[in-house]
Design a protein around this ligand. Structure first.
Ligand SMILES: NC(=O)c1ccc[n+]([C@@H]2O[C@H](COP(=O)([O-])OP(=O)(O)OC[C@H]3O[C@@H](n4cnc5c(N)ncnc54)[C@H](O)[C@@H]3O)[C@@H](O)[C@H]2O)c1
Ligand SMILES: [Zn+2]
Length: 380
């Protein structure tokens, strides 16, 4: 048995942000809360959104969401927004903003707190409709029912999963990626790549997730460098936005695996950006998994790389080599040294990673503590 869920209303393509106007009119909205962060607030993107809100609809921009927020930081945003009493929420940002907006859509009208959802994510349902405009390509958070928050006391990141948090509307407009810094585009693009390849090689992979994961892989493997190296290439940006959305859809049906499981403690303890820690782990984890996922990587080779190799082992090695080439070209650090991680930290990291059983159980090859020690040691 397998299933798939995704947002019901998706607009895509250059200038698709203009469809915002018709959504607001159709939904008969009075007060729109626009959530974003300070990095995006310093660009012209909030104005682009405001231009597409009908003049008789009230709106407020709240731009103090922090990257990779803790559950307490999300709670503060929700508390600050409550008095405005919005009847629609727009998330303009990357995964950090979209996840905050998802939690706000559940909690603004409720006395419950984010902390309550950490222990029981199904305590309540969404009460305010939400539209996501991803500005990174990306986490695919616009497609998923997950919101990821840091839990400082556990030095971990935790995913809150509630199906009603799937955004009601999504706008995938490549124009919003025009001025994204290359380092952010690189880390987030590789995060999407991780989602797609983990979903395709995970134990929960199925026909629904394969369809989206393979299409995502094809788009990323053939466009990521174009997108990173030429910021006028709007077609490549449109393809990367689609790819990250597709990978997010694949997550809802399959799921991520050991790359993300080993990455969570790095985000929780050292505040390494989600895309960066995944990018550092991607190749070592795929090499560790290789014998268990060889046939799956051979399919990726056939459908996305189209080379002349015929042996499955050669094909799977070629896919891993392509992943390595992408992380090299993107300028991603190769190890954790720069982030202050030292050898003595490994045991704690392994203890935390072993608790991410939801993702580890999806990894095609069992990952025990000794395996995790060896993967972390490789990237020190
Ligand atoms: N909900 C999910 O399904 C899901 C999946 C993966 C990751 N996540 C979470 O998403 C978060 C990471 O999100 P992210 O990687 O998209 O980064 P982000 O939202 O944290 O943004 C990173 C930085 O990039 C800047 N930025 C973003 N878009 C920009 C643009 N177009 N132009 C200029 N600057 C821009 C932001 O201001 C910010 O400083 C993490 O908390 C991660 O755990 C969620
Ligand atoms: Zn991710």
């Amino acid at each position: 048995m397998y299933d798939l869920i995704m947002p019901r209303n998706i607009f895509s393509g250059e200038n698709s942000i203009q469809s915002l106007k018709e959504v607001i009119i159709k939904e008969k909205i009075f007060r729109v809360l626009i959530l974003t962060d300070s990095g995006i607030a310093s660009t012209d993107l909030p104005d682009l959104v405001l231009e597409n809100i009908p003049p008789d609809t009230d709106s407020v921009v709240m731009s103090n969401i922090v990257p990779e927020p803790s559950y307490e930081q999300v709670q503060k945003i929700i508390d600050d927004c409550r008095a405005y009493n919005p009847d629609f929420i727009i998330a303009l940002g990357g995964g950090s903003v979209i996840d905050t907006a998802k939690l706000a859509s559940l909690l603004i009208r409720s006395p419950l707190k984010v902390k309550n959802l950490l222990s029981d994510p199904l305590l309540l349902s969404k009460s305010i409709k939400m539209l996501a405009i991803p500005t990174t390509a990306g986490t695919g958070a616009e497609a998923t029912p997950n919101a990821i928050v840091a839990v400082p006391e556990e030095r971990m990141k935790v995913g809150i999963v509630n199906r009603t948090m799937i955004p009601d509307y999504v706008i995938l407009d490549p124009v919003v990626l025009s001025n994204i810094p290359k380092s952010v585009a690189a880390a987030t693009g590789i995060d999407a790549l991780c989602h797609a390849i983990e979903c395709f090689t995970g134990n929960k992979a199925n026909r629904f997730s394969d369809f989206f994961a393979l299409e995502s892989l094809s788009l990323i493997l053939n466009n990521i460098e174009k997108c990173l190296n030429d910021h006028t290439d709007i077609v490549a940006r449109e393809k990367m936005l689609l790819a990250s959305f597709y990978a997010g859809v694949a997550i809802t049906s399959s799921g991520t695996t050991a790359v993300h499981a080993l990455s969570y403690p790095l985000g929780g303890r050292y505040h390494i950006a989600h895309g960066i820690s995944n990018a550092i782990l991607l190749v070592p984890v795929m090499k560790f998994n290789e014998d268990a996922i060889r046939d799956r990587l051979a399919i990726v080779y056939d459908k996305c790389i189209f080379g002349g190799l015929s042996a499955p082992e050669e094909k799977s090695q070629a896919v891993i080599a392509r992943l390595e080439e992408i992380t090299d070209n993107a300028g991603i650090p190769k190890n954790l040294e720069d982030f202050g991680v030292v050898k003595d930290d490994i045991d704690d990291l392994v203890d935390s990673a072993m608790k991410v059983t939801r993702l580890l159980s999806n990894n095609a090859k069992p990952v025990g503590p000794a395996d995790a020690v060896s993967i972390y040691s490789e990237i020190l």
